[in-house]
Design a protein around this ligand. Structure first.
Ligand SMILES: Nc1ncnc2c1ncn2[C@@H]1O[C@H](COP(=O)(O)OP(=O)(O)OP(=O)(O)O)[C@@H](O)[C@H]1O
Ligand code: SF4
Ligand SMILES: [Mg+2]
Length: 356
């Protein structure tokens, strides 16, 4: 039996792994392309029904591969290890036959670009009906009615008429709503949305974000984005990934108000702030995410970090920063500038991590 824990959150220690399993439980998920080529390096998270968890990070941090590992759709050459359980069912290592059955009914995915994810030669209504049929849906007549109900639920106007449209006859915003309807057709426990609004204009983005929150109350939603700006709008919890590793995770209000990892702080600083005087340029993070094969053994952020020390040549563990607060992987978490190794802190940083 699956028990949903209220706001169980993202946990990294055995002690905090409660006996009761939440709807989604991912433990030490790794995706590797071979020795020294780990694209995802130990993703751990837990979420209950109705929770939206944002995975955020720059390009190449392993967000999409994490999602593909959960759906069993990894590219050839990539191997997933670890555990990801949804409603008590293990996804990692499941056979292709099992995965086909699970996709749509337990797990579904909304992609960034609906125009490539939809079949251009089939009406959108028929595509939704097809999903219903795959999951042992009801009679043909009932499937047609259900497709129209789903289009109605995602706010498509004139749903009976639009159901007969081909994808190209719909606007980008409507196509993305159709994708949401298709993802919900099998009533999945886990909906993964990979940059679902990036291709849309700002107004339509806001509508689709609000819609996702509204229609997924009975599922867990993993919302993948590179934009910290949308995290506050859509998510309850956030996982910040850098170079394949989780560097910070916690409740959105905690992480956004008090980022402890320098990478989280830098991502937040690059979000346009309407209250900040416009200087013409957004701050960006100097440097780049190290590609696979160039990540070494220490903290992967040290080439870009404002306060690295010798200790950072070792990989920092992901540990709770305070009781019930965020988890952070940094030897010198805090909000301030450079520190020196002999003091451990320059006075501005008060919550230095000790080796467990
Ligand atoms: N098929 C592949 N073969 C080899 N390396 C790959 C493959 N797919 C992805 N990678 C590498 O794995 C890393 C993580 O890729 P992933 O697509 O998960 O990043 P992402 O965080 O989703 O980035 P983006 O924001 O650009 O979508 C990157 O370094 C990428 O180059
Ligand atoms: S202080 Fe060290 S451990 Fe923390 S992000 Fe910078 S380089 Fe990494
Ligand atoms: Mg991606």
């Amino acid at each position: 039996m699956t028990t949903d824990l209220p706001n169980t959150g993202l946990q990294n220690t055995d002690q905090r792994d409660a006996d009761t399993e939440p709807l989604l439980s991912v433990r030490d998920l790794r995706v590797s392309f071979g020795p020294g080529r780990d694209a995802v390096n130990g993703l751990t998270l837990r979420a209950g029904r109705g929770e939206v968890v944002a995975i955020v990070g720059e390009s190449g941090c392993g967000k999409t591969l994490s999602a593909l590992a959960l759906t069993g759709l990894l590219p050839s050459g990539a191997k997933a290890t670890g555990s990801a359980r949804i409603g008590g069912t293990e996804l990692i290592g499941a056979s292709e036959r099992q995965l086909r059955r699970l996709r749509g009914s337990k797990v579904s995915m909304i992609f960034q670009d609906a125009s490539t994810a939809l079949n251009p030669l089939m009406s959108v209504g028929a595509q939704i009906e097809e999903v219903l049929a795959i999951h042992g849906g009801p009679s043909r007549k009932r499937r047609r009615e259900r497709a129209i109900e789903l289009l109605t639920s995602v706010g498509v106007p004139d749903p009976a008429v639009r159901a007969r449209s081909l994808p190209y006859q719909l606007s980008g915003g409507l196509r993305q709503r159709v994708m949401v309807a298709m993802a919900l057709a099998g009533a999945p426990d886990l909906v993964i949305a990979d940059e679902p609004t990036t291709a849309l204009d700002v107004t339509v983005q806001a509508q689709v974000l609000a819609l996702l929150r509204e229609v997924t109350r009975s599922s867990v939603v993993l919302f993948i984005t590179h934009d910290m700006g949308v995290v506050a709008e859509v998510a309850d919890r956030v996982v910040v990934m850098y170079a394949g590793a989780v560097v910070e995770s916690g409740a959105v209000e905690d992480v956004l108000a008090r980022p402890h990892h320098p990478y989280t702080a830098a991502l937040l600083a690059s979000v346009p702030d309407p209250d900040r005087p416009a200087t013409g340029e957004l701050p960006t993070i100097p440097g780049r995410v190290p590609p696979l094969g160039e990540r070494g053994t220490g903290c992967p952020f040290r080439d870009r970090c404002p306060r690295p020390t010798e200790r950072c040549a070792q990989m920092p563990p992901l540990v709770p920063i305070t009781e019930g607060g965020s988890d952070v992987a940094c030897w010198h978490p805090g909000h301030a500038g450079p520190v020196s190794d002999n003091t451990g802190t320059n006075g501005a940083i008060s919550d230095e991590v000790t080796t467990p």
